[in-house]
Every structure is written in structure tokens, then in C-alpha cells.
Design a protein around this ligand. Structure first.
Ligand SMILES: NC(=O)c1ccc[n+]([C@@H]2O[C@H](COP(=O)([O-])OP(=O)(O)OC[C@H]3O[C@@H](n4cnc5c(N)ncnc54)[C@H](OP(=O)(O)O)[C@@H]3O)[C@@H](O)[C@H]2O)c1
Length: 322
């Protein structure tokens, strides 16, 4: 089968489109014939080595497809089932081995690209808004990179939960997309001081929560945007990692809460995984949440897809097809 492999960490040029043997599922595992692969920023972190994996490895953490073989003792799925999954390495390939308990059945009416597009960023938007800081009607949330993969979904779900949403984006075209997703206010944070704008928009009060996936360039001002006892939910670092922080700063800025969550800890067991995925599929089927698949690349062109993601040239979701 064909797969995108990493032998040495580095830039997009280290991605190699190679022929490797089709893997066999062991006990508790299923083999998925992959139809669509979700591109995520975590793939970049695996490629560069920021999040180290044992080399050589097949890149990719999200896909949808059809079960074509199962190992001993698998009861969750059977061959022929349409499934999707996230947070299992090795999805940039024609086949992947996945622990059966990580596979989510895909309902009729949801196509494979949509399923592949929501398992990581959609589940993340779900847990951030429902569990990490459960949004209530009347809350004000600041969402950075609001036209990105996670961002566009976060904006829609936050609005659905009754929050007022302020989004930040880098371009006018991205502003339009975030507005169409429901954002009440948009700040072009590459041209305007987002802290001053948040203060102005909230009449100096600040926001209940900041969902910050940008990290290095936004973190300090994100803290300043919060009301007393507000939540800074730092869930990524598209602009680079955040340096260490003195906890005393949280007290000085208003007894703030800081968390650095990961999807893995919000899909701890199969019941939690299926519950979050079930909500998302239902929201998509009812039209409450729209999934924007902006670009589709052939798997062999994964390096170019990553270049565009890193260069801030994408919006919504990018999907690869094997
Ligand atoms: N913790 C979790 O569970 C979890 C789950 C999903 C994703 N994440 C993290 O969330 C972040 C976003 O992931 P995503 O896949 O949804 O990507 P994305 O938001 O679609 O893409 C990244 C966006 O970040 C913004 N950005 C700001 N400064 C940047 C810079 N210097 N370089 C590149 N981008 C920059 C850009 O939007 P503008 O041009 O509008 O600024 C860019 O489009 C990543 O760090 C990812 O690892 C974490």
C-alpha cells in the first residue's frame, strides 16, 4: 500500500510517499481501508519532532473509511462498517490499523470526507465548549484563529450554546468566513490590538473564556482579556509554544484559571467517545453545524497541504484522499 512516511524529522520535504506492506490487525484491532484523511496541525508537530514519535512512522491522526478486516475478540465493528477515528497515528495511508474501541460508526447521510473532517477538530470543539469550560447562554467567548479548522467549528458550537462570540483572524476573507459561522464580532489581530478591541467590545469587562490555539503570539494578551475568575483554555500553539508561567500571574490578573487540555483526556473511554461523536453527527445532520471542507489533496501531495496549513493559507478543513 502507499503511505506517507517520516524517516527524519524536519520540513515538509521529509514526507516520503512510499510503498509498504498492508498491515494485519492483531487482537482488539481493526484494519480500515481509508477513504478520507483529515489534515491537522498535530501532523506538523509529529513531522517536525515537537511531539516525538518513534521513527520511521506513518504520519496522520484522523481518517474515515470502511473496516475490511478485524483481529480476534473485536465486537465493536465488523467488516463492511463505515467508521471514522482520531488520535491513532498512521492515517496518511491506504490502510490503517486502529484499536476497535477507538472506531466510531459513521451514520448514513454523512459522507466520508465530512466524517474524517470532524473526528479531531470537531470533537475538540465539542469538549472545549461542553466540558473544559462549559459555555452558558450569556457568556462571552474569545476564539482565536476563528476561521481555522477547530476555529470555525468552535464558533458555531459556541453560538449554538448561546454564547456571544468574538473571533480573531488574520485576513478580511477569513473574517467573512468566521462571521458566516456566527461570530458576533471579528478582530483582525494582525492589524489591530486584540486586547484593546476586546476591552472596547465588552465595555472594559473582559470575557468569560478565551479558547486559544495560537499560543506564543496571543497567550499574554489572552490572559489580559479575561474577567476575574475567567478561563484561559490554551489548546494549541500554531504560532509556537508558550514559555513557562509564574502561577502568581494568575492571581494578579484576577484569580484566573489556566488549562492546557488534550482530546485524549476528553475521550477517556468508549462511552465518552461515542457520546461526543453522536452529538456532532446529530448537529451536522440537523444543519446546526456546517463542516467547511476547503481543499482536498491527493495523499501524495501531503507536503504541499502541510505547507499551506503552516503558511496560514487554509481555512476550515483540509482533507487528503489516498
Ligand atoms: N488540544 C487539543 O485537543 C487540540 C485539538 C485540535 C487542535 N489543536 C491545536 O489547535 C491548533 C489549531 O489547529 P487546527 O488544526 O485547527 O489548525 P488551524 O486553526 O486550521 O490552522 C492554524 C491557524 O492558526 C493561525 N495562526 C496564527 N499564527 C500562526 C502562525 N504563526 N503560523 C501558523 N498559523 C498561525 C492561522 O489563522 P489566522 O491566519 O486567522 O491567524 C492559521 O490558519 C494547533 O496548535 C493544534 O495542534 C489542539
Amino acid at each position: 500500500m502507499k503511505a506517507i512516511r517520516v524517516h527524519d524529522c524536519g520540513g515538509p520535504e521529509v514526507l516520503k510517499y512510499e510503498e509498504i506492506p498492508v498491515p494485519e490487525p492483531k487482537a482488539g484491532e481493526a484494519r480500515v481501508k481509508i477513504q478520507a484523511i483529515g489534515l491537522n496541525f498535530i501532523d506538523v508537530y509529529h513531522r517536525t519532532g515537537l511531539y516525538p514519535l518513534n521513527r520511521p512512522f506513518t504520519l496522520g491522526m484522523e481518517a474515515a473509511g470502511v473496516v475490511d478486516s478485524i483481529g480476534a475478540g473485536v465486537s465493536e465493528v465488523k467488516p463492511g462498517n463505515r467508521v471514522a477515528y482520531a488520535m491513532v497515528p498512521g492515517s496518511y495511508a491506504e490502510y490503517a490499523i486502529v484499536p476497535a474501541q477507538r472506531l466510531v460508526p459513521v451514520p448514513d447521510g454523512i459522507d466520508e470526507k465530512t466524517a474524517a473532517a470532524i473526528m479531531l477538530q470537531g470533537m475538540t470543539a465539542h469538549y472545549l465548549t461542553r466540558s473544559t469550560y462549559p459555555l452558558k447562554s450569556g457568556d462571552t467567548a474569545l476564539v482565536h484563529a476563528a476561521a481555522g479548522g477547530a476555529g470555525l467549528l468552535l464558533v458555531q458550537i459556541a453560538k449554538m450554546l448561546g454564547a456571544r462570540v468574538i473571533g480573531t483572524v488574520s485576513t478580511a476573507a477569513k473574517a467573512e468566513l468566521a462571521r458566516a459561522a456566527g461570530a458576533d464580532e471579528i478582530i483582525l489581530y494582525t492589524q489591530t490590538d486584540f486586547l484593546a478591541e476586546v476591552k472596547r467590545i465588552t465595555g472594559g469587562k473582559g470575557v468569560h473564556v478565551v479558547y486559544d490555539s495560537v499560543g506564543a503570539t496571543t497567550f499574554d494578551k489572552s490572559l489580559e482579556c479575561l474577567k476575574p475568575r475567567g478561563y484561559l483554555v490554551l489548546f494549541g500553539q500554531s504560532s509556537g509554544p508558550v514559555p513557562p508561567l509564574d502561577p502568581g500571574k494568575l492571581a494578579a490578573k484576577g484569580s484566573l484559571f489556566l488549562t492546557r487540555p488534550s482530546l485524549a483526556h476528553y475521550t477517556l473511554d468508549r462511552a465518552e467517545l461515542l457520546q461526543r461523536a453522536g452529538d456532532l453527527f446529530a448537529w451536522i445532520q440537523s444543519g446546526k453545524v456546517k463542516v467547511r471542507i476547503e481543499k482536498v489533496f491527493d495523499l501524495k501531495d501531503a507536503a504541499e497541504a502541510q505547507r499551506q496549513l503552516e503558511a496560514r493559507r487554509t481555512t476550515g478543513k483540509v482533507v487528503l484522499v489516498p
